[in-house]
Design a protein around this ligand. Structure first.
Ligand SMILES: [Zn+2]
Length: 303
């Protein structure tokens, strides 16, 4: 990806090197019930739908010993190799470059979605992107690097530990800067869903849904975010950011984080009714569809 020398985003919140303990002890506006998250006793304001939604996911997943954030973002199997300390970027220079890269990608998503929203007489409220190392506190609860990047609807922020990119390369076999860009564009896609009402609607419906229905709905949400990432890839092409092999890098990443592929890797077989993100084929299909159409209207995964 030809990203060097491009303008970066002003909406990067760099929390690397910060300890999250103080924030955890004293979160603004949080009831003390929040500390009970791991025990499953998570008290939360009923009015904040997205918060409830993600909190439930986090609580449920922690209780089951499953990777929680993977429920929302399609990332990581809970394997022994999945130890964040294994994936530390080697040098400060490398880190700095990654920060620059993230910043440029996010700026390009801001430009594209800003335009699309404006064309539809709406304002694109830009999300913040939080860079963290090891642990972070979000309005959706505490997270650590092993959970992978995620979007928190309650504070409308994307969270990423940059060591995830090394994991993407090594553990998931998905190298390349455009694989990294795809992950960001997918998370930004969730923010767009928050603004269009897709996420809030899912969130509102969840209590009424069976587990299987909820999974099916989740797959549609995730595939739409993949399609939005594809739409952004088309925009990156128009902006002359793409290099040969970039789209293939994104497709390799989409393939490597398909539910069937991840489950087979982890347990040797796949259980389709438990899928929450879609199969590798579906993820590739929707990314490619967004890329070919270059229009979010092509991303109706619900009908
Ligand atoms: Zn996702």
């Amino acid at each position: 990806m030809k990203w060097r020398g491009r303008k970066g985003s002003a909406n990067i919140e760099d929390r690397r090197g910060q300890r999250s303990t103080r924030a955890m002890r004293n979160p603004p506006g949080r009831s003390s019930g929040g500390r009970g998250a791991r025990g499953g006793q998570f008290r939360m304001p009923r009015t904040k739908g997205g918060f409830v939604f993600l909190a439930i996911i986090v609580v449920g997943a922690l209780a089951l010993g499953v990777n929680p954030i993977s429920l929302l973002n399609g990332s990581i199997p809970n394997s022994p190799a999945n130890n964040s300390s294994t994936y530390q970027p080697q040098s400060n220079a490398e880190q700095d470059e990654l920060v620059q890269f993230v910043s440029v990608v996010i700026k390009e998503t801001e430009d594209m979605w800003g335009k699309i929203f404006a064309d539809n007489s709406r304002r694109y409220d830009v999300p913040k992107v939080v860079l963290f190392s090891n642990k972070v506190r979000s309005a959706c609860g505490a997270a650590d690097a092993s959970m992978g990047p995620f979007y928190c609807p309650a504070d409308q922020k994307v969270y990423i530990d940059l060591s995830f990119y090394e994991q993407l390369r090594k553990q998931f076999g998905a190298p390349g800067d455009f694989a990294q860009a795809y992950v960001l564009a997918h998370e930004i896609g969730h923010h767009v869903q928050q603004l269009t009402g897709v996420l809030p609607e899912f969130n509102k419906a969840r209590p009424r849904l069976s587990k299987i229905e909820s999974n099916e709905w989740s797959v549609r949400v995730e595939l739409q975010a993949d399609c939005y990432a594809g739409v952004w890839a088309a925009y990156a092409g128009q902006e002359d950011l793409l290099e040969r092999g970039d789209i293939a890098e994104a497709l390799t990443a989409a393939n490597s984080i398909g539910d069937d592929t991840l489950q087979k890797q982890m347990q040797g077989y796949a259980v389709p009714k438990t899928f929450k993100h879609g199969t590798s084929e579906q993820r590739k299909y929707w990314f490619e569809r967004g890329y070919k159409e270059g229009n979010p209207a092509a991303c109706d995964t619900f009908s």
